[in-house]
Design a protein around this ligand. Structure first.
Ligand code: ATP
Length: 238
């Protein structure tokens, strides 16, 4: 079996007195596409933010490559190969598309490689190429999502964490985003995908975890979960 890259153990996160994540365990192995699904307010985003050091942890630990990364900030994690596409995209609105992509490569010094990778991102998302000199803040939601994904890929991550990349996008754009997630994974990047669009996420994932009220309530092979009547009833709108 392949190596465990990311391991979340007994994770608890609170906002003031409110426990949003109540002791969560899961893992992501090298080369896997794992999805974390669940309804609004389940604690998925909170979990992602805790992994990337954007929120303090109350209890438990997060290991990356066998070592605790508790308390490490996003900058440090990107350097180690763990990149995040945050919910709401988080692009640098006053920078151009090209500048945003360059920012994604801030940990790298190989100028020629960076230029090549920008071209690669432009091949994946031709729209970004057309708008390369446009300020990111003036782009549509879908375009900003593409940019956020492109920017994360610029660090050449080993693991890509994505928080609801399909949120608020048109059906065509959702198709495009899922296609790119699949391609990125096919190229060997390990992916942890948080999604409300459970059926689409399970359709491309190896394994899935269901989160509900701050806890993992179900987990398994993604295909089996897709066929599970309980999952279908609760999360696939059937
Ligand atoms: P969604 O899919 O709607 O984004 P989620 O599963 O990502 O949901 P979280 O955003 O992690 O859920 O929220 C988990 C719980 O924590 C919710 O009850 C939410 O109201 C609460 N919460 C989130 N952010 C804060 C905050 N900054 N302050 C207080 N409570 C918060």
């Amino acid at each position: 079996m392949s190596q465990t890259l990311l391991k979340v153990k007994g994770l608890k996160v609170a906002y003031g007195g409110i426990q949003a994540v109540k002791g969560v365990d899961f893992e992501v192995r090298e080369g896997e596409l794992v999805t974390l699904i669940g309804s609004n307010g389940a604690g998925k985003t909170t979990t992602m933010k805790a992994i990337t050091g954007l929120l303090p942890i109350n209890a438990g630990d997060i290991e990356y490559l066998g070592q605790s990364i508790r308390g490490r900030g996003p900058w440090d994690l990107v350097k180690q190969g763990l990149a995040m596409v945050p919910e709401g995209r988080g692009v640098f609105t006053r920078m151009t598309i090209t500048e945003n992509l360059q920012m994604g490569a801030h940990i790298r010094k190989d100028t020629a490689g960076i230029a090549q990778d920008i071209d690669k991102v432009f091949t994946i998302f031709p729209r970004l190429k057309e708008r390369r000199d446009q300020l990111a803040g003036t782009m549509s939601g879908g375009e900003q999502q593409m940019l956020a994904m492109g920017r994360a890929l610029m660090s050449r991550p080993k693991v890509l964490l994505m928080d609801e990349p399909s949120m608020g996008l048109s059906p065509i754009m959702v198709d495009k985003i899922f296609e790119v997630v699949k391609d990125v994974y096919a190229q060997g990047v390990t992916v942890l995908l948080v999604e409300q669009n459970a059926s689409r996420a399970l359709a491309i994932a190896d394994r899935g975890y269901v989160m509900d009220s701050g806890m993992i309530t179900m987990s398994g092979e993604a295909r089996q979960m897709l066929d599970d009547p309980k999952v279908r009833a609760a999360y696939l709108g059937e």
